[in-house]
Design a protein around this ligand. Structure first.
Ligand code: PMP
Length: 413
């Protein structure tokens, strides 16, 4: 679908280009998507979004993660609106902060305490600061290619970043215990922490679940060195296991960073931690003008309450598996090789022999024209509003998208 030259989206992009550098920043810049994807949206409901030209899409990005229960979930909205009528941005937090911390401590297996921020980058950065404060050491081990936020110590771009910002970061390869041990060796007696993603979900490559050997090595290194194992749960948090993404491996972190799904789209992040880090967490200076906003906290309490009650993780996994099985069958029928990796509730769809992502982009562009919003390079997200009917609708669009890819491959051959 080519954008109409006179669309409202085009007009907004033109206006934005004059007053917003580059028209948009970061990963939500529509220029990073195939042609035809809208930049601007007018509304959202359940698992659907509408662009500013009024076109609806069945959405598999879910706001890049935050939409977990569906837009306008009645219990979350009711809680948020009730709190909004009372007060949001006040001189300090509302009761909801204590309720949410209590809920997190009760839900997350390693958590003895919780602290709140706004964005995922705030939470990962706070974890690193706590680890350094508690240990009095400087070095942090991070996986090559992993995303932990958009601040200088971890931004994927080096533009505007100094070497000093990265001075104490040592890299290892995800799922490679040997490289982790080598990096820990290099850190010597200056190791403050090891940051790990819940699973490997780097842009544009197959997702990888953590191996037991890797998770164990990370835990053992931290235990042996007295360093903090930091889990970045920002993207995967609450979609795999409410108690923590490595619970099935029997490995618990010392600190975890949460955001995205925690308040079903209201701006909120959290750090949870173990007892031995409580003092350091209370001593560091971290804050933000909006960090104690009461509406997102009330939304967070409602979101976690629904997540605990309704078996949402199981629903997401089942719907994700339906989508995955359906896509695998369609790909087989069209004679295409498809790689679907990682947890089914966070789908990653990549094509074989597609180093330049042309097949993926054609697939997504075609599905978009059929009203389904997929992403060609980034992992996607399921939400509770995706049911069997929506998966069937997505598969019908995917069938047309795969036919376009098969046709293109035939012509190119
Ligand atoms: N860590 C991970 C794993 C993420 O996926 C993200 C966001 N995509 C972040 C950290 C940073 O979160 P935010 O964009 O809210 O700062």
């Amino acid at each position: 679908m080519t954008k109409l030259a006179n669309s409202f989206d085009t007009a907004l992009r033109e206006r934005a280009s004059r007053v917003v550098p580059g028209g948009m920043w970061g990963h939500q810049h529509a220029a990073k998507l195939p042609e035809g994807y809208p930049q601007f949206f007018s509304r959202a409901d359940g698992c659907r979004v509408w662009d500013v030209d009024g076109r609806p899409y069945l959405d598999f990005m879910c706001s890049w993660g935050p939409n977990m229960l569906g837009h306008h979930h009645p219990e979350v909205e009711e809680a948020a609106q009730r709190q909004a009528r009372l007060g949001d941005c006040m001189n300090g937090p509302a009761e909801a902060m204590v309720e949410l911390a209590e809920l997190l401590v009760d839900t997350v297996a390693h958590a003895d305490w919780a602290q709140f921020q706004k964005n995922g980058s705030d939470a990962t950065t706070t974890c690193v600061t706590i680890a350094r404060a508690a240990t009095g050491r400087r070095k942090l081990l991070a996986a090559r290619g992993a995303y932990h936020g958009a601040v200088p110590w971890c931004s994927p771009s080096l533009i505007g970043v100094t070497a000093e910002d990265r001075a104490h970061i040592l890299l290892y390869d995800y799922n490679d215990p040997e490289s982790l041990r080598a990096a820990a060796e290099e850190a010597g007696d200056d190791l403050a922490g090891v940051i790990v993603s819940a699973f490997r979900h780097d842009l544009g490559r197959d997702q990888e679940l953590p191996t037991a050997a890797f998770a164990q090595a990370a835990r053992e290194i931290c235990d042996a060195k007295g360093a903090a194992l930091i889990m970045d749960e920002v993207r995967a948090g609450f979609r795999l296991n409410l108690a923590g993404s490595w619970e099935h491996l029997g490995i618990r972190p010392d600190l975890a960073a949460w955001s995205k799904a925690i308040a079903n789209g209201y701006p909120l992040a959290a750090v949870t931690g173990r007892e031995w880090l409580r003092k350091a967490a209370s001593q560091i200076f971290v804050t933000g003008s909006f960090w104690c906003g009461a509406v997102p906290m009330a939304a967070g309490v409602a979101t976690l309450t629904v997540l605990r009650r309704d078996g949402v993780v199981e629903h997401l996994a089942a719907m994700g598996q339906s989508l995955r099985d359906g896509l695998a069958e369609l790909a087989r029928r069209h004679g295409l090789g498809l790689r679907q990796t990682g947890p089914a509730q966070m789908p990653m769809i990549l094509f074989e022999d597609d180093a330049d992502f042309r097949k993926g982009e054609l697939f997504c562009r075609t599905a978009l024209a059929e009203g389904v919003y997929f992403h060609p390079r980034h992992n996607m997200f399921l939400c509770a509003a995706h049911g069997e009917a929506e998966i069937a609708e997505a598969l019908a669009a995917a069938d047309i998208g795969l036919a376009a890819v098969a046709e293109h491959s035939r012509v190119a051959a």
